[in-house]
Design a protein around this ligand. Structure first.
Ligand SMILES: [Zn+2]
Length: 437
């Protein structure tokens, strides 16, 4: 028996595409006036760019508008891009500044409502509701992951288990005892949970009620997703959002063919990162988003730097909102080794396809003399260790040639003992670039 599709807001989620475009157009027109009148930053940026709010009449006119960047949030730190006075703000979040100042994002009450609404639609689209116990193992605090997942889950009526990240043995105990059915965290943290569960003698598949996981906040590959599903027996879904847009906002629906981006709240463009021109639907480009409903700090054509593809054909779930595919990497994460572009995600895809390889690896880039070198330290699968030197050499050769065929680059492979690479409770670090140290 096939269960009927269920929607959180059927009217919006299945709105005919033409009506949805109309709605976006109306909202965009209002938005440009709103930011021009309320934010000195936007007024100045529009003026410099020679564009006035009246110039925006159709959805296509969005291309007349200037881009905004993370650097703008830094340059106007802390609240220079905001459109509302402090008295209207309900909350701040901030992202950790790995270089320099953090970026601060403000929310009105309505912004928080829309955030929860967005995630409520998403969770409903994968069948999470009142019967569920959702363990939020994203960090709570200035990072948006924890509170975002928390509000979204509460909105759909699920019971929230706000464990935050860390204290993994305790998390597993609560998962077992309280009957957690779904979890939200980074994919690397869930890998660590699987490993810890094994050590504690807990079989996630048989000893817990966990069936669904929402993983995001760092790019991860299709191959890693398969591994997570095989090793834990759960279904793994992509969850997407960035701190600048709000936090976690979107997931795949149960069809698992892309992440629905709610078009009444956000306008998506996929652009060539070099030229800033749109790429055809289905082709990889940089995700650029305009927030259509945010009050506190709306973003206009914000260059997220995540690389993805847009799918516009209708989804089998009946939702008419466009989808983006799994984030294949961030243009910022790209490392250039001997003139060749390498994404950590490519390395992950190759490694996760090799059964003898464990779940953890580290890329180390260095410069020896005039030449760049790239080494990958790879943990072996627990069951794959062999005393025979010849077996290990053969495995190293197999991995190196698999990497070479994808990256077009000779890579040194170092096999390390299971458990020797650092584990992460949040976003994991997969690259050490010694050239920058
Ligand atoms: Zn769908």
């Amino acid at each position: 028996m096939k269960k009927m599709p269920e929607y959180w807001d059927p009217e919006i989620e299945t709105m005919p595409v033409d009506d949805l475009r109309k709605l976006q157009e109306e909202k965009l027109k209002k938005l440009v006036h709103y930011v021009y009148e309320n934010s000195p930053f936007y007024r100045k940026r529009f003026d410099e760019h020679g564009v006035r709010p009246e110039d925006i009449q159709t959805l296509e006119d969005v291309r007349k508008l200037p881009f905004t960047y993370k650097q703008d949030l830094r340059d106007t730190y802390p609240t220079g891009m905001f459109c509302v006075p402090n008295s209207k703000l309900a909350r701040f979040h901030a992202s950790s500044g790995t270089t320099g100042k953090p970026t601060v994002v403000g929310y009105t009450h309505k912004d928080i409502d829309n955030w929860a609404e967005s995630l409520a639609r998403a969770l409903t689209s994968v069948g999470v509701g009142k019967e569920d116990i959702l363990q939020v193992s994203y960090g709570y605090g200035l990072f948006t992951g924890g509170l975002g997942a928390h509000y979204g889950s509460e909105k759909v009526g699920a019971t929230v288990l706000p464990t935050s990240s860390g204290n993994t043995e305790r998390q597993l105990e609560l998962m077992k005892d309280l009957g957690t059915t779904s979890i939200a965290c980074t994919p690397s943290y869930f890998l660590y949970m699987i490993e810890t569960a094994r050590k504690e003698g807990i079989n996630i598949r048989n000893d817990t009620k966990l069936r669904k996981g929402f993983f995001g906040a760092e790019p991860w590959s299709e191959e890693l997703k398969r591994r997570i599903e095989e090793e834990s027996g759960i279904k793994a879904y992509d969850i997407y959002g960035t701190s600048e847009l709000s936090g976690p906002l979107f997931t795949e629906c149960d069809e698992q063919c892309g992440i629905h981006i709610w078009a009444d709240l956000f306008l998506v463009e996929i652009l060539d990162p070099e030229t800033g021109e749109p790429v055809p639907d289905g082709e990889t480009g940089e995700l650029v988003i305009t927030t259509l409903a945010k009050e506190a700090n709306p973003l206009i054509r914000y260059r997220i730097k995540d690389l993805t593809r847009k799918l516009s054909e209708p989804c089998k779930c009946g939702r008419t909102h466009p989808r983006i595919t799994r984030i294949s990497g961030r243009s910022d994460d790209m490392i250039i080794v001997r003139g060749i572009n390498v994404f950590p995600g490519q390395v992950e895809s190759v490694l996760m396809n090799i059964p003898e390889v464990g779940n953890h690896f580290m890329i180390i880039v260095d410069r020896i003399g005039p030449l760049d070198s790239m080494k990958v330290q790879i943990e072996m699968h627990e069951s794959a260790f062999s005393d025979k030197m010849s077996d290990m050499m053969a495995l190293k050769g197999k991995i190196a040639s698999a990497l070479k065929s994808v990256l077009n680059l000779a890579v040194e492979v170092e096999l390390v003992e299971h458990g020797s690479l650092p584990r992460s409770e949040g976003k994991s670090k997969k690259v050490i670039d010694k050239r920058k140290i």
